[in-house]
Design a binder for this molecule. Structure first.
Ligand code: ADP
Length: 544
């Protein structure tokens, strides 16, 4: 027998309807690339989303088809999030930092029919137009100098429209991973998965939103759904402050003037903000909460923000997980911890939010379940309603036979559920049957005042299997020797973790999303041989 509750399809149009009805007057502020500012509110976002849905149908876009955005954070991008889903379409948020070949591949692969873009990305559009074979209409978010302007385009509609309905498992957004190997892969979010992910993001142990919060998300709306913030924020009816530029001076001024309480971004964003405040001799903004993720948040960053009275939430996730898997909030023993212990705990990646389940398995056989003992590193796997099952257009599922997605990350799970990320499975170094974390080596090395960046990779070794080599970029004007580096590392990592060689190079290659590209580094140094007296003279190998 079935239960007897109402049918309420989990479509994200409910989210914008709720925000407009219950928090219609709550402001959405946008600071544009040309320095101008506009203000609207949740009722305005809904009104424009209805017009956009009509405008897309008028262009001939059909249910299930993809509409692309190539844009920074602002209210018109937010309108597109709801407008495209509201006509049954799928918003493809394109990352403007991708390389041209990737941009060509993903837009053609997604078969985007319309592309809405910021004027700042006109050079990309000019460059790519001939290579994008499916795009029929270009709309410019700012002005109509080269394409029709967004405001003129939706201004032709009256907004008298009913959202297109459908199944809650219909897709509503697609994001591509940046693809460190092979072509980028498309991850299609559903209405249901998006709604559940956003609801989970509201948990006090996660974003902890209430209507009084004012959020300035620095995490881009084009990457991994901006961590679901534009949906979670609508559910809670918070005020948003968007900036189309990431200049710390602009962000700082907006934070103070608009009473921003919460912000979210990758560590480099916070680093730039610290540097700006130091240069100007001013205090950090008085934020209540800073959510940091995308790559490991360094300890000094956590410490400085916490001393500023800001709660730091270190989050882990990936495009394939919508993206949130874990968030670091106060644990049950929080009040008993010393300041240093709180910083140590926050430096780990937090605990799973309800709906995300984690496990680790043996790195060799990828099967044996590992204990949550706070010390055994393993391949991190995840399952839940907002975790990928299959990549867009793929023929086979991307999960194990028993339904788990292998993240490619290496982690330790602690008895209280805290995740400690130690590496990527392709990068972890196996020496004499034990695992060396390349990330921990790198983090220890960049603690040296003369080191700007470091990357550790495993080199084949006949006796030990692999040994670490550390590639180091010196800070400008600094000098340092390989011996200095090893002496500095000596009390920070186990003796057998010390690199067999330290190589100084001018730059370390990065992916389009700013992460160290070990693949490019390995390709670049494929003929590398260990120097003087070192036993290994074979090309580098890696797991995979
Ligand atoms: P892209 O490579 O396109 O940036 P993702 O944003 O999906 O793709 O990257 C996800 C990966 O980023 C994770 O698998 C993990 O390796 C890394 N990552 C995310 N959050 C953290 C974190 N808090 N600490 C360390 N690594 C992280």
């Amino acid at each position: 027998m079935l239960g007897a509750m109402q049918d309420w399809s989990m479509r994200i149009t409910h989210v914008i309807d709720h925000a407009a009805r219950e928090a219609g007057g709550r402001e959405i502020v946008s600071r544009w690339a040309d320095g101008s500012e506009t203000r609207t509110n949740w009722a305005g976002i809904r009104r424009d989303a209805l017009k956009m849905a009509q405008a897309l149908l008028a262009l001939g876009v059909e249910k299930g088809e993809r509409v692309a955005s190539l844009a920074m954070n602002h209210s018109r991008h937010l309108v597109s999030w709801y407008g495209v889903a509201g006509m049954g379409g799928v918003l493809h948020t394109v990352n403007p930092r991708l390389f041209d070949d990737q941009l060509e591949y993903i837009v053609n692969h997604a078969e985007d029919k319309v592309l809405c873009y910021d004027a700042a990305f006109q050079p990309i559009v000019d460059r790519m137009k001939d290579r994008w074979t499916t795009v029929e209409h270009y709309i410019c978010y700012d002005s109509g100098e080269y394409s029709q302007s967004f405001e003129d385009w939706i201004g032709e509609q009256d907004g008298d429209f009913e959202w297109v309905m459908g199944s809650e498992t219909d897709p509503c957004m697609i994001c591509y991973t940046s693809g460190t190997t092979g072509n980028p892969k498309g991850v299609q979010y559903e209405h249901r998965s998006t709604l559940l992910h956003a609801m989970a993001g509201l948990q006090p142990s996660s974003f902890n939103f209430n209507p009084g919060n004012v959020m300035l998300p620095v995490v881009p709306m084009f990457h991994a759904a901006s961590w679901g913030l534009p949906y979670a924020g609508a559910m809670a009816g918070i005020k948003f402050v968007f900036s189309a530029v990431n200049d710390p001076a602009v962000l700082h001024e907006l934070m103070l003037r608009e009473g921003v309480t919460d912000s979210a971004g990758v560590p480099t964003v916070w680093l730039a903000h610290f540097q700006y405040c130091d240069q100007e001799g001013i205090d950090l903004p008085p934020l209540k909460t800073a959510t940091i993720g995308g790559s490991a948040c360094p300890r000094f960053m956590i410490e400085r923000l916490m001393r500023n009275g800001t709660r730091v939430q270190h989050a882990w996730g990936m495009t394939e997980t919508s993206p949130i898997g874990t968030v670091g909030g106060p644990s049950s023993d929080w009040d008993r911890l010393s300041f240093d212990e709180k910083v140590d705990k926050t430096a780990m990646q937090g605990r799973p939010i309800f709906g995300a389940e984690l496990r680790t398995v043996d790195l060799d056989d990828m099967q044996t379940l590992l204990p949550r003992d706070g010390k055994t590193p393993g391949a991190l796997q995840i399952r839940g309603p907002w975790v990928i099952k299959r990549y867009f257009k793929a023929q086979v599922d991307a999960i194990t036979e028993d339904g788990w997605f292998d993240t490619g990350d290496v982690g330790i799970i602690h008895p209280d559920g805290t995740l400690q990320l130690t590496d990527r499975t392709k990068d972890v170094i196996k020496s004499g049957g034990e695992w060396i974390s390349s990330v921990e080596l790198e983090n220890a090395a960049v603690g040296h005042p003369a080191i700007a960046e470091a990357a550790a990779v495993g080199i084949y070794h006949p006796k030990w299997d692999e040994r670490p080599v550390l590639f180091v970029v010196k800070k400008e004007g600094e000098d340092i020797s390989a011996e200095d580096v090893n002496a500095f590392l000596a009390d920070k990592v186990a003796k057998w973790w010390l690199p067999d060689a330290v190589e100084f190079i001018d730059e370390i290659p990065h992916t389009a999303t700013g992460k160290i590209s070990k693949k490019d580094l390995r390709d670049r140094y494929a003929d590398y041989k260990l120097g003087n007296g070192a036993p290994a003279v074979l090309p580098m190998t890696w797991h995979g």
